[in-house]
Design a protein around this ligand. Sequence first.
Ligand SMILES: Cc1cc2nc3c(=O)[nH]c(=O)nc-3n(C[C@H](O)[C@H](O)[C@H](O)COP(=O)(O)OP(=O)(O)OC[C@H]3O[C@@H](n4cnc5c(N)ncnc54)[C@H](O)[C@@H]3O)c2cc1C
Length: 392
Amino acid sequence: MTQAAEPTGLPDAAEFAAAVRHEAADWDRSGTLPERVRKAVAAAGLFGVGLPGRYGGAGGGPADLGEVCARIGGVCSALRGLLTVQEMVAAALLRWGTAAQREQWLPQLARGDRFAAFAATEAAAGTDLAGVQTRIDEDGDQLVVTGRKLWITFGRTAGVFLVLGQIAGRPSAVLVEGDRPGVRREPVEDQLGMRAAEIAHVDFDAVRVPRDHLVGPPGMGLTHVIGTALDHGRHTVAWGCVGMAEACLDTAADHAAHRLQRGVALAEHQLVRAELARASVRAVAARELCARAARLREQCDPSAVAETVVAKYTAAGAATAVSGAAVQILGAAGMAPDSLAGRFFRDAKVMELIEGSQFVSELHIAGRLLRRHGYRPAPTERTRTVIQEGPR
Ligand SMILES: Cc1cc2nc3c(=O)[nH]c(=O)nc-3n(C[C@H](O)[C@H](O)[C@H](O)COP(=O)(O)OP(=O)(O)OC[C@H]3O[C@@H](n4cnc5c(N)ncnc54)[C@H](O)[C@@H]3O)c2cc1C
């Protein structure tokens, strides 16, 4: 962080999570987070946990933010997603915004007065964001944004978008308020997971914004601004996955301990115990790797970005495997409409795709290992491009 943190007191995410746990299945079914929940999140101080106190944040470190995401992620991935996109945009502004941009936007984001969305993905640019075609044209003291963004988390309701586009072929990032003429939102409904994340495809039809909405210089939008946002998002998603895995493990162990078949608890069966053991180890490993990455982030260690990739890769895999094991152990109960394990089983697949997919993470992890052993990448290797490390 570039600013001195002035902690204002960390929010009690565990208490908040416990209070809303029983509602999460309804949000998933309705495909929306009620307004009163967003207000409650803001009132609890859960936005801007990682922002310095001078911007209205809690001044928490990476581990504090991680724990908040684990607690909220253990209840609802969409709600954790709301924190993630808010934190991603805030982190990009904190690192690359001008002093005036930080003063204008960060307190609004920390208070939850305005909701942010991260708009990078396009039809021809998903994993490889270097291919974005959204145009940002310069017109005097204004910028004109034209393009279509897909799969934008909370795109239906966001008050401001951090948009990746090109200024004369130079990747650039720009802030666009949601109420500007030319912004159109097309809701995406009933997708596999994160159903309450109010996903939308968003069109920017010659949307005009003042030039001071540009974040970072032209040409640095992808490697620096969006790179920072994605790195930050990866950290929060990883911890959210820890919460998902731990919640599924608890559900599965509780069921195995108490569910009787012909008078015998499921826990008496060795195969069930083996499944629980594997799930338990995965959840612990994910938490430990996330904690390690958080420590490195705290220390601004040069390896922190790469170790966050390792943590997110492991945690997303753990969320998938443990939710699958939990559904197996729960049997039909895991497939019931209100089943937490069933919902996380669907959500976990999303975690293996966003903020760097499992495949791309493997390429990155292996590439780093091979470079330590003297391997020089062939000209076609795109690992660094697609993972979007960005400088810290
Ligand atoms: C629920 C949800 C929420 C989302 N929220 C947002 C958001 O808020 N903002 C936003 O901008 N985007 C968002 N996305 C989009 C998401 O970031 C993309 O889906 C993701 O980057 C993958 O892009 P793609 O879907 O185009 O898949 P592709 O890039 O086409 O990849 C398809 C498959 O091919 C693999 N692949 C691709 N390239 C390589 C490679 N070089 N090497 C090996 N394997 C490769 C991928 O791993 C993947 O498995 C969201 C998506 C979902 C499902």
